[in-house]
Design a protein around this ligand. Structure first.
Ligand SMILES: Nc1nc2c(c(=O)[nH]1)N[C@H]1C(S)=C(S)[C@@H](COP(=O)(O)OP(=O)(O)OC[C@H]3O[C@@H](n4cnc5c(=O)[nH]c(N)nc54)[C@H](O)[C@@H]3O)O[C@H]1N2
Ligand SMILES: Nc1nc2c(c(=O)[nH]1)N[C@H]1C(S)=C(S)[C@@H](COP(=O)(O)OP(=O)(O)OC[C@H]3O[C@@H](n4cnc5c(=O)[nH]c(N)nc54)[C@H](O)[C@@H]3O)O[C@H]1N2
Ligand code: SF4
Ligand SMILES: [Mo]
Length: 717
């Protein structure tokens, strides 16, 4: 028996924990934490230990390419060879391209946090299409754009280890991020203070010294008010503000409109609690720990800007115990650098035609964060041919039928396409509509190199096992597809100049001096960086300063100052409020699942068998709902509904119901695997109002009504 241990990294979620993989006789025997990893510092979770192995080894794994034989969505497939799959894919894409033009082909992928994002963008551009969809309008996009506009890129730079106070806003690290969770418990233990802003009770609010419980979607008013208190009491960092902040005077006028009494009125949080939170935060160093609870909604960017400006004026930016600005080694390329590299760009006149670029220029098209499309507008284009037809899609590493809002509309759009190919590790509700399904490698089979913001360090995913069956990684699929498209004169330009994934990874490492060999040895590589080197680096805005007043937003005719926008739920008229009296929150994470993944794993199904929806006891009583009873959720914006199981708890505020996301049932006989039944996005709209910068729709804060299902229908589950 030979046993070897390989340092690697888990990228099942964006904690990117360092791992140690024990191999015995060529097989993965154990996956556990790497205590030396500078990012995760020994933290890990059950998904990394267990789910990833099962994801690779499970009997439902897709091992060969398949061709659909029945109607779309009927679940009838036949096994085909890679050769046949690629020929058919190239032939059909070339046909669509020649009939409707290159722009009619769109890619869909999770986004620029993984190499598959950059590969999809470059494959689409090679075909001549600037259209690729990412899911970050639903995840982190508002944070990224808020930070970009303010000049404060600080995602995952939370230095909780050295903070005296942590301000958690819409974040549930207990389920979502074990590294943060361990750091927060340690902060508490050493006498630091924790302030939590969250309408729903959970492990974070239980740990908090101060828990502010705002009405959903009103957080910006709290941030502006805390800033007001700091400035009014002279507790802000005057030196930093004078030297490095642009637009302090108009900003001050804006925050002065939010004294605690006003913010209390808007948010429902008592004024004294807002003052107490401000006092705790003022005793820095303080770290702002944001989460999905203030992202992915129609006021997301301005809400993030309100907090970003607070971080800056309080002197907590790029400070020990505060929020570190993003660092990377000189000469290293991130996936975003690749996407924006001029050598891989289509002509500007083509990129300006990216779907959504006109309405959301900072999101989509040549000036866009990742250049990717505005997804709801792509779905619209598929169904209406406006602004032009989209007739084919290649989807990899994203389960859009489950994770995009409005499952029925996504399905309608997919059904109407001329051609769909899906690369995936197992059949899922999205691949159900494909013409061709391609078997994809898992993280145990792929080599990945990436910047880990949290370390900061360069992380390395070690391909410890050979791909199962005929699975291939995204780049390998893109390369062979490119060749077959080229043979059909269906290529605009070759933007994929790498022979394989190793060459691509070496391109990322560039001139950084970090080698694959060193990464394989240690699982990561650290690099030197300096905190607070503002004189040296400045800030990446037009003024070179932190823009409290955003010149970019001003030029676009948008509010240049951080602002409070009343939540969408307030905007409906009295009749709509009476018909849909509750506010729906979605997205609560569970330790067992990663979004729609791992839904077939027995251990996870045992821990979490059904989608739950938290309901306050008084609300439950009003509707005659008892604990565990199945109910339907119906939002004001769609005709379709979703089922979930009531969890009656005072953790949910009165008038609010809160649920998770990502539910489907891989073991179901339904060829759609319950994607319209137990998936909350079956009841959500992807329509407006949209965030004016990212185009994000409200993935929470929508008005809804609930209806108990007769108890006997329980037998249906
Ligand atoms: N186990 C597990 N871990 C994961 C994931 C997973 O699927 N499973 N997914 C990963 C990904 S991609 C993401 S984006 C993260 C998400 O993880 P988090 O960022 O922690 O997001 P959520 O779990 O959605 O919970 C956010 C919190 O926001 C609160 N909230 C809801 N509405 C509001 C509001 O209006 N204001 C405020 N202040 N709070 C609000 C909710 O009550 C909840 O407590 O998790 C990552 N980690
Ligand atoms: N209503 C509502 N909707 C939401 C959210 C919400 O809170 N509420 N959250 C949003 C958020 S934060 C996110 S991040 C998205 C997540 O949305 P998705 O990215 O669609 O979700 P996942 O289930 O993580 O991934 C989907 C598919 O990716 C493939 N995959 C998994 N691992 C790998 C891999 O290693 N390589 C490749 N190539 N493919 C892989 C599998 O086929 C898997 O089925 O959902 C968003 N949708
Ligand atoms: S938290 Fe869990 S799933 Fe996420 S990277 Fe770490 S071990 Fe993997
Ligand atoms: Mo996410």
């Amino acid at each position: 028996m030979t046993e070897t241990v390989h340092p690697s990294q888990c990228w099942e979620c964006n904690t990117y924990c360092g791992s140690l993989i024990t191999m015995r006789d060529g097989k993965v025997a154990k996956i556990g934490p790497n205590p030396d990893h500078p990012g995760s510092k020994g933290a890990f979770c059950v998904k990394g230990i267990r789910a990833v192995r099962e994801w690779t080894d499970n009997e439902n794994r897709l091992l060969h390419p398949m061709r659909r034989v029945g109607p779309r969505g009927s679940g009838q497939w036949e096994r085909i060879s890679w050769d046949d799959a690629l020929e058919e894919m190239a032939e059909r894409l070339a046909a669509v391209r020649s009939e409707y033009g290159p722009l009619s082909i769109a890619g869909a992928v999770s986004g620029g946090a993984f190499s598959r994002g950059a590969v999809m963008a470059l494959l689409m551009r090679s075909i001549g299409s600037p259209n690729w969809m990412i899911n970050q309008d639903l995840c982190g996009g508002c944070q990224a754009l808020g930070e970009k506009l303010t000049g404060t890129p600080m995602k995952n730079g939370e230095d909780i280890d050295n903070a005296r106070c942590a301000l958690l806003v819409g974040r549930n690290p207990y389920a979502a991020d074990p590294t943060q969770w361990l750091a927060l418990k340690a902060l508490k233990k050493r006498g630091g203070r924790i302030v939590v802003i969250d309408p729903v009770q959970g492990p974070a609010s239980d740990l908090a010294d101060i828990w502010l419980r705002p009405r959903p979607g009103t957080d910006a008013a709290l941030a502006l008010s805390i800033a007001h208190i700091l400035v009014a009491e002279g507790k802000h960092d005057k030196e930093f503000v004078d030297r490095w902040c642009h637009g302090f005077e108009p900003y001050k006028a804006r925050i002065d409109a939010y004294p605690p009494a006003v913010a209390a009125e808007l948010t429902g949080v008592p004024a004294d609690d807002i003052v107490a939170a401000a006092e705790a935060y003022a005793e820095g160093p303080s770290v702002f720990v944001p989460g999905h609870g203030i992202d992915a909604f129609s006021a997301g960017v301005q809400t993030f800007r309100a907090f970003d400006c607070l971080v800056a004026i309080s002197g907590n930016l790029d400070r020990r115990g505060g929020n570190r600005l993003t660092k990377k080694p000189n000469g290293f390329r991130t996936y975003l650098d690749v996407i924006h590299d001029p050598q891989f760009r289509l002509p500007r006149e083509i990129e300006t035609q990216t779907i959504g670029a006109e309405q959301f220029p900072l999101w989509a098209g040549p000036e866009g964060w990742q250049t990717a499309c505005h997804n709801p507008s792509v779905i619209e284009a598929v169904l209406t041919d406006k602004p032009y037809p989209v007739r084919a899609m290649y989807i990899s590493g994203v389960n859009i039928v489950v994770t995009y809002p409005d499952a029925a509309r996504t399905i309608e759009a997919l059904k109407s396409l001329d051609f769909i190919a899906v690369a995936t590790q197992n059949l899922n509700p999205t691949s159900a509509y494909a013409d061709i399904v391609l078997p994809k490698t898992t993280t145990l089979e792929e080599e990945e190199v990436q910047l880990i913001w949290g370390g900061p360090c360069i992380g390395y995913t070690n391909p410890v096992v050979a791909p199962r069956g005929e699975a291939r990684c995204d780049l390998d699929i893109a390369l062979v597809l490119r060749d077959r498209l080229a043979a059909r004169q269906a290529l605009t330009q070759d933007f994929l100049p790498w022979a394989d994934q190793r060459a691509f990874n070496e391109f990322l490492l560039g001139d950084s001096g970090i080698t694959i060999g060193a990464l394989r040895e240690q699982g990561y590589a650290t690099f030197p960086y300096e905190l607070g080197a503002f004189e040296q680096n400045g800030f990446a805005t037009s003024t070179g300063k932190v823009e409290l007043y955003s010149e970019r937003l001003d030029a676009l005719g948008l509010d240049p100052l951080p602002n409070y926008t009343p939540p969408t739920a307030d905007a409906s008229d009295a009749a709509a409020q009476a018909a849909y009296p509750l506010v729906l929150l979605t997205g609560l994470r569970e330790k067992t699942y990663h979004h729609s993944r791992f839904r077939d794993q027995a251990w996870a199904r045992k821990v979490s068998p059904d989608p739950l929806i938290q309901i306050h006891p008084d609300t439950a009583a009003e509707y005659g709902i008892c604990d565990s009873q199945w109910i339907t959720v119906h939002t004001a914006d769609t005709d379709t509904t979703c089922r979930a199981r009531a969890q009656v708890t005072e953790g949910a505020p009165l008038g609010v119901v809160a649920t998770g996301m990502g539910w489907w049932d891989p073991l179901s006989d339904d060829p759609e695997f319950g994607a319209r039944d137990i998936n909350i996005n079956g009841a959500m709209s992807y329509g407006g109002p949209w965030d004016p910068v990212t185009g994000s729709s409200d993935s929470r804060g929508r008005r809804c009504r609930i209806t108990p299902l007769a108890l006997e229908t329980d037998a249906a589950d």
